[in-house]
Design a binder for this molecule. Structure first.
Ligand code: ZN
Length: 461
């Protein structure tokens, strides 16, 4: 064990030394001669070589060199018989080397993603608006594959100092107005102002290629996230509960009805049916599943009434019996039973045959049935709480004591119960501060500038 402990710092030191030496060996890029763009181009070139891309011999279209102002129809397309390329530049605004590189980049893009891009450089379109000219030219040339609409037109009008990005429907999700505008502002405008038209277009094309080949580059290049995919949905336990709950409601609903149906069909007499159905109503299920219980309770209420008032016959002689009114039943009930009815702990139905040969007492739980219990002395359901006395009040620091007094209303039998009351719980202090923090973190990521609205995908330089 000691040996290992001794080796540990040695190992760490060795690791640091190795790291240091490898850093020293890596040649530092000469920042003056290698710009970020040319470095990237170099990487692109290397990648292309690795992928063994064989470029075709790009052939530019023929131009009418006399023209100074162009109409849509007059612009030579870079696509056609014997013409291979992506650039239409009749006045050679872009130098040959840059045009060659642009063609190569766009050829790679089309090979990889089938996206079609056309670059157009025109000295003038007269009084025409560049945006509508771009729309018309896009339509005329039908840039992009028909099924995917994945075309892009980058058109520059020199005398109006304006460059438009016209994007096909299929690319609008990635090359949004904002993205096109930013590419224009970052790549085109600064270089065009210096007269480097080839470099401006080349870098813009490079950016477009980056975006189309890797939409995540949006975040890296511009440092804000353009929301182009839906927020990922994460399952939480309560989602599952929300899904399961209706199913449970349904299951319990069916269970209630099944039970009620079973009672209905059973050969029990109405009195037993009544009590079986009455029992079904209770329990915590009515609070857990209030919706199916709502329907069930209404049905149960109707049925209970029916079971209670259904015609009954004497078990002695089969004679029909009639239900006495509350007033008429007084003479048949004992004093204590009347007290029970008065306390509404038990309700009595008295059934009697016409000739008073048979009499039947049926007990039903009253509205106050739960407040009273059977007395230990007289056994009537008249035993209930009459008062409670607090001996020690519960505080935040300790629990309390209370004495509940019970008495039978019938025979005056008394009982006292000492109850320990729980300690009060303090309102939690930690929860109050948390509500602010969650809202602030989510809002920062979205782009709030709004500069894209008016200009769309065009830039003036
Ligand atoms: Zn009693």
């Amino acid at each position: 064990m000691k040996q290992v402990l001794f080796l540990k710092p040695l190992f760490f030191f060795g690791l640091v030394w190795i790291c240091k030496s490898t850093i020293a060996q890596t040649p530092a890029p000469d920042l003056d001669s290698i710009t970020e763009d040319s470095y990237r181009r170099m990487l692109e070139r290397q990648e292309a070589e690795q992928n063994d891309i064989v470029y075709p011999n790009f052939v530019a279209p023929e131009y009418d060199s006399n023209l100074e102002t162009y109409s849509v129809a007059a612009v030579s397309s870079p696509r056609g018989e014997g013409i291979i390329g992506y650039v239409s530049d009749p006045n050679d605004i872009i130098d040959f080397a840059a045009e060659q590189r642009i063609n190569e980049l766009l050829y790679e893009l089309e090979q990889k993603s089938s996206v079609e891009v056309a670059v157009v450089m025109l000295p003038s379109i007269g009084q025409e608006v560049p945006k509508s000219f771009a729309v018309d030219l896009f339509k005329e040339w039908k840039i992009g594959k028909a099924d995917t609409d994945n075309g892009l037109l980058i058109i520059t009008v020199m005398d109006q100092r304006r460059t438009e990005f016209e994007v096909g429907y299929g690319l609008e999700g990635i090359l949004t107005d904002v993205v096109c505008y930013r590419i224009g502002v970052n790549e085109i405008v600064p270089r065009f102002k210096e007269g480097d038209f080839g470099g401006g277009i080349e870098n813009a094309v490079l950016r477009v290629k980056e975006f189309l080949e890797n939409p995540e580059a949006i975040d890296e290049v511009y440092g804000y996230s353009v929301v182009h995919e839906e927020q990922e949905f994460k399952w939480q336990w309560y989602h599952l509960l929300l899904l399961i709950y209706p199913i449970l409601c349904l299951v319990f609903g069916f269970w209630y009805y099944g039970q009620a149906f079973d009672i209905q069909l059973s050969k029990d007499d109405y009195y037993d049916k009544y009590h079986r159905l009455d029992k079904l109503k209770f329990g915590c299920t009515q609070y857990l599943f209030p919706i199916p219980m709502l329907f069930f309770a209404r049905m149960a209420k109707r049925r209970l009434e029916r079971y209670r008032n259904a015609p009954r016959f004497s078990k002695l002689n089969g004679k029909p019996m009639k239900l006495l009114t509350n007033y008429d039943e007084i003479e048949f009930l004992a004093e204590a039973q009347l007290l029970e009815e008065e306390l509404k702990s038990i309700l009595y139905d008295v059934w009697i045959t016409e000739d008073e040969s048979d009499i039947m007492f049926l007990e039903y739980e009253g509205p106050n049935g739960r407040k009273y219990s059977d007395c230990k002395e007289c056994s009537y359901k008249t035993f209930g709480k009459i008062s409670s006395l607090v001996l020690v009040a519960a505080t935040y620091d300790h629990g309390g004591t209370r004495i509940d007094k019970y008495e039978c209303r019938n025979c005056n039998y008394k009982e006292e119960k000492e109850i320990e009351t729980p300690q009060k719980s303090r309102p939690s202090e930690s929860s109050s501060g948390s509500s602010f923090s969650s809202s602030s973190s989510s809002s920062s990521s979205s782009f709030g500038g709004g500069s894209s609205g008016g200009g769309g995908a065009g830039v003036s330089w």
